[in-house]
Design a protein around this ligand. Sequence first.
Ligand SMILES: *Cc1c(COP(=O)(O)O)cnc(C)c1O
Length: 396
Amino acid sequence: MKYFVDENGFYGKFGGSFIPEMLNHNINELINTYNQKCKKNHDFQKLYRKILKNYVGRPTPLFFCKKYSEIYNAKIFLKREDLNHTGSHKINNAIGQSLIAKQLGKKHIIAETGAGQHGVAVATICALMDFKCIIFMGELDILRQQTNVVRMKMLGAKVVSVSSGNKTLKDAVNESIRYWINHHESYYLIGSTVGPHPYPQIVCDFQSIISEEIQLQIEEKGYLNPDYIISCVGGGSNAAGSFYHFLNNKSVKLIAVEAAGLGIKTKKNAASICCGSKGILHGSMTMLLQDKDGQVLPAYSISPGLDYPGIGPMHANLFEKKRATFINSTDEEALISAYELMKLEGIIPALESAHALSALKKISFKKNDIVVITLSGRGDKDIHTYEKFFKKFQVL
Ligand SMILES: *Cc1c(COP(=O)(O)O)cnc(C)c1O
């Protein structure tokens, strides 16, 4: 049990629900509906699986990388979340939570987004299922992620620009919470394993389809279980989903890769475990980047999906209990690993996922180790960043 959430919403010392009293109603309504009508309800789960299959394209392949395996001297597989509809794992959770919103009788969904991947997933599912959709996004992120803003608008979402604070993801979350307090008729669809209980648990449950499939696919290939599972971590949802069914199986080593930005010795990184300390962020006790007065520090990473100053409470606990190993990769290491995957396997990864790939250069494997890396998303959104840096590296 020690890696899973307890009845009060804690993962060891982390998690819980530190929220203004005005949100108690929304949160209690969510806990009750999720527990009573969704989590173990056969019809709910059946509908969720059906949409994943027919709309998202699950199960995603577990792809054996021949050349990678030769170079890194292990059997290396990629879990292809990049092949999901809308291009990342975010849609798994967006679908699950939109079905909860339906159960709650809500007509209206709000969400925050940083890079825009979660915003696009939510706007997509709102179009499919007839919800009114408002996406809060920092003013700076709107400028940096124009294509995703256009995608959200085409899908019918209203994109609200947030100009408080650093004008990025953390501020968009604050604005969403503020809006939610004043609009009980809306459902707040959180995009990662963060926020007050029960969100980290709900998001993890919906993403756990990833490890469920990995286990089956590894068995189909004739192995007992993987020796390693490697994922990048921002808020922690693709890692939580990839680890979930292996948490109690100690023969599977779990590796989480944080974004080290320009380096962990600089202030420009997003490595909340490596460089952070314990504190409360967005309703949850966790590890976060803060100064000595408890002011949240801005996070930085070249990958927009990883530059969040906190991490989900489940991961803070996996770190403290030493169940998962946390390593980190710089912008440059991620770019080099992305380029390598393009050349060797013909896959353009999201910059976030490239952080997970760079773990291959940091771990020494035994010859027959089975290594599964979650490729959380595809790189279409990052083409301009890749172009800029690959020109600089003179490989284009
Ligand atoms: C959002 C995102 C991430 C980071 O979020 P997690 O909740 O940590 O998974 C990683 N990869 C991609 C492609 C993303 O869009």
